[in-house]
Design a protein around this ligand. Structure first.
Ligand SMILES: NC(=O)c1ccc[n+]([C@@H]2O[C@H](COP(=O)([O-])OP(=O)(O)OC[C@H]3O[C@@H](n4cnc5c(N)ncnc54)[C@H](OP(=O)(O)O)[C@@H]3O)[C@@H](O)[C@H]2O)c1
Length: 340
């Protein structure tokens, strides 16, 4: 039997998660929920998704000419799992509703760890989420850090991490709203930024310090990372092998002409993915440098995309649909994620 899933909040993340759910052989997308009738609502209906809206928004949708399948409560009555992709803090407010309707929920990284008690990156801690009512998929940056650091920790042991996070200021579709223009903003000035404690909600023992700045760009975060390894390998090729063996990490560089976020975007466009989504963490080959037990590398994180496969695996984990390996394999196949 297929798991019935709904998506509440159909924005940057929600729309992508809905498309990914629709591709899964073991899930059925019952519908999506949006508050405001606009181009995204119109596109959801054109994609054939049933639209459920708050009761007081129904007249506005009717006036716009968008047909509505029912209310948010109607959606909750029909699903086993809801993915809450509303803005930061709204998910926590919605949680009592999910408890009332007895549905399982996947929250996003804008929520605090406490909203679910389990923070999730499939390749690091899939089993922790098995059969839970609630799970939180961590933020895009935390997902990126956990993927590569988890792989390194599993192979060599990590003694310490320092990471500089260069953040895109806004998502592309929100570039016209308040943003960062002609400046670099320390986000925050104090160290660590919130990313280090967030990584430890998944990799609990990892000694990590992070600092973050925001720059005037809309596509991708860049992480410059230094790791002290407990049992370092003798050469960089072993590190590349470790990254390539792990799911959802790819190593690219000047050989492929990828030396910037712009050329990474060019690459993804040529892959022909919907919305130019890079689900994988892209580690720059030439940045990988080993000096004794100190490893340095730089990686690109597509903020709108890397958490999408994690949402799909989180749904499988909380419904105990499958084990870690088969879930990751199915998700990767359906989203055409590169295996190296
Ligand atoms: N954007 C990223 O790069 C990114 C990356 C990783 C994780 N996340 C996390 O993912 C979550 C969603 O972020 P997003 O960027 O996708 O947000 P978004 O693009 O702003 O979309 C939010 C959606 O939620 C709806 N919404 C807003 N307020 C609501 C409310 N009070 N009640 C119900 N629905 C409401 C909006 O509806 P209307 O538009 O119809 O009003 C919209 O469909 C956040 O936790 C965020 O931290 C975001």
């Amino acid at each position: 039997m297929k798991v019935r899933v709904g998506v509440l909040g159909y924005g940057t993340i929600g729309a992508r998660v809905a498309d990914a759910i629709a591709k899964q052989p073991d899930m059925v997308l019952i519908g999506v929920s949006k508050r405001t009738p606009d181009y995204r609502a119109e596109a959801a209906v054109r994609r054939g998704y049933a639209l459920f809206v708050p009761k007081n928004s129904i007249p506005a949708f009717e006036e716009y000419g968008i047909s509505v399948a029912g209310s948010v409560e109607d959606l909750l009555r029909q699903v086993d799992v809801i993915v809450d992709a509303t803005p930061k803090g709204v998910g926590a407010k919605n949680k009592p509703l999910y408890q009332q309707f007895g549905v399982k929920a996947v929250f996003e990284g804008g929520e605090k760890h406490e909203v679910a008690g389990v923070s999730f990156v499939a390749q690091c801690n899939y089993e922790e989420a098995l059969d839970k009512q609630f799970v939180r998929v961590v933020s895009c940056n935390t997902t990126g850090l956990c993927r590569t650091l988890g792989a390194l920790d599993g192979k060599y042991g990590v003694e310490h991490v320092f990471a500089v996070i260069i953040r895109r200021a806004r998502d592309p579709d929100k570039a016209d709203t308040k943003g960062v223009i002609n400046t670099v903003v320390l986000d925050p000035v104090s160290i660590p930024s919130h990313h280090a404690p967030d990584v430890r909600t998944v990799l609990k023992h990892l000694p990590i310090v992070t600092t973050a700045v925001k720059v005037p760009t809309t596509y991708m975060h860049v992480h410059a990372i230094m790791v002290l390894l407990r049992n370092p390998p003798s050469n960089v090729e072993s590190v590349i092998e470790t990254f390539e063996e792990a799911p959802r990490i790819i190593v690219r560089g000047s050989r492929e002409g990828i030396v910037s976020t712009a050329t990474a975007l060019g690459y993804v466009r040529e892959l022909g993915r919907l919305r130019d989504d890079l689900y994988e963490i892209l580690v720059l080959r030439e940045s990988i440098t080993l000096k004794g037990n100190r490893l340095y590398y730089t990686q690109f994180v597509h903020q709108e995309a890397d958490v999408i496969p994690e949402n799909i695996d989180a749904i499988r984990a909380i419904t105990s649909l499958s084990d870690r390996e088969s879930s990751i394999r199915t998700t990767n196949q359906t989203l055409s994620i590169l295996d190296r």
